[in-house]
Ligand binder design. Sequence first.
Ligand SMILES: NC(=O)c1ccc[n+]([C@@H]2O[C@H](COP(=O)([O-])OP(=O)(O)OC[C@H]3O[C@@H](n4cnc5c(N)ncnc54)[C@H](O)[C@@H]3O)[C@@H](O)[C@H]2O)c1
Ligand SMILES: [Zn+2]
Length: 355
Amino acid sequence: MKNKLLINNKKLKTTILIKKNHICKFIINISKKNEKVYCVVDSKIKIDLNFAKQKNIKIIYIQCGEKIKTFDGYKNLAEKLIKSNVNRKSVLIAIGGGTLGDLAGFVASTVLRGLEFFLIPSTLLSQVDSSIGGKNGINTISGKNLIGTFYQPKKVLIDISILNSLPKKEIRSGYAEIVKHALIKDYKFFCWLEENANKLLNLNKSILEKAIYKSIIIKLFYVKKDEKEFLSDNNSRAMLNFGHTIGHALESQYNYNKFTHGEAISIGMITEAKISNYLGMLSFDDLEKIIKHFKKCKLKIYDNVLKDKKLINRLIKDKKNFQNNINFSLIDKIGSSIFYKKLDKKKVNYILQNI
Ligand SMILES: NC(=O)c1ccc[n+]([C@@H]2O[C@H](COP(=O)([O-])OP(=O)(O)OC[C@H]3O[C@@H](n4cnc5c(N)ncnc54)[C@H](O)[C@@H]3O)[C@@H](O)[C@H]2O)c1
Ligand SMILES: [Zn+2]
């Protein structure tokens, strides 16, 4: 396993470092090379703040969660930076989960038309997924991530020691995105997860690092091929949306306060796997295998709101859709995904009532 991964093609340049107990050193190195460093930190994280002694580092704490991915959240952070005289040579480091990374990335890409940006993801979900690939954004009342940019961080540091304080529920939430990567792209990885999920969920270091590494490699496969989601084939970045059409609608239906992102997409993956099966694409055996694994790992698989007709209107608002069609990235077997399947709103409603 390499501990340094590079996205380095014509348009994209990001270094992803996987290294234990490295946060302080990483930040101090950045502070030596830059005039002014803003560290935006999730206030729940417990880390050694030795780096804060550096005179050119300013720390901004934020209480994180989906509620910060809003116009207000954007305004608060952007104005804080501007009031403290941020300039084009300033850099922004975000130390937090996916919500902080998404907000800070959007702020970094827009304040002064772009500040250099570094990410230290602090949840399993952000280490395996949201810190990779340069998507950022905020939500609107109409749905999730509807405003945002593509903006690659200069470096991402994945340090599993930061996960020690993370609640079990959040570890499971991140695990859902790991399973997603296996389901869309890598059958062998799924089998390995069946063997090792328990150890992983109990933060066994070597198992955890291997799963994070494998997950990042799968995500990078799509990001390198299709950074801005332009492709319309099975290499499209859209494949990473498996489970998310339903998952995002669930999150927004409950105003982002019932499920973690991983819980919502767990229900989304099982529902979309059932849709794949209903359409004759995924076998019953594979569907059963997936459900069994989810149950074993205590990932959520169902919610009553799936049968609520209001959910359909949420699904239509997903940014992948137009007119009365809903686009799903589905799977045709474990480890293989299919580019958007366009389904008519009425058909989706019928399927949801019957699965
Ligand atoms: N940009 C992308 O490509 C992408 C991909 C996947 C998900 N996402 C987004 O990521 C978000 C979800 O990210 P998340 O699950 O990391 O949520 P999060 O940022 O809300 O973190 C989950 C909870 O854990 C707390 N926390 C964070 N680090 C901690 C630590 N080390 N110890 C203790 N507590 C800690 C947070 O304060 C929060 O309460 C969603 O908004 C989702 O849309 C983005
Ligand atoms: Zn996700």
